[in-house]
Design a protein around this ligand. Structure first.
Ligand SMILES: [Zn+2]
Length: 64
């Protein structure tokens, strides 16, 4: 467990360029989907993040 209460840092890979980077997840939300541009290749990554009782369960990255 890293980060402060309610957040969790996770390393993910960009599905376009394969570059690893760290995102901060709000673990107080059970399920969230959002799109954020990769800071390396600037293409839109779709994140699907599942949490349960402030625990990070899974992160999916897709080509939004
Ligand atoms: Zn990228």
């Amino acid at each position: 467990m890293t980060g402060t209460a309610g957040t969790h840092e996770a390393e993910v890979l960009c599905p376009f360029c394969g570059e690893p980077f760290t995102i901060v997840v709000d673990t107080s939300v059970d399920e969230q989907t959002y799109i954020e541009d990769c800071y390396v290749c600037c293409r839109p990554i779709q994140f699907t993040i599942i949490c349960e009782e402030d625990e990070l369960i899974s992160i999916d990255t897709g080509r939004g």
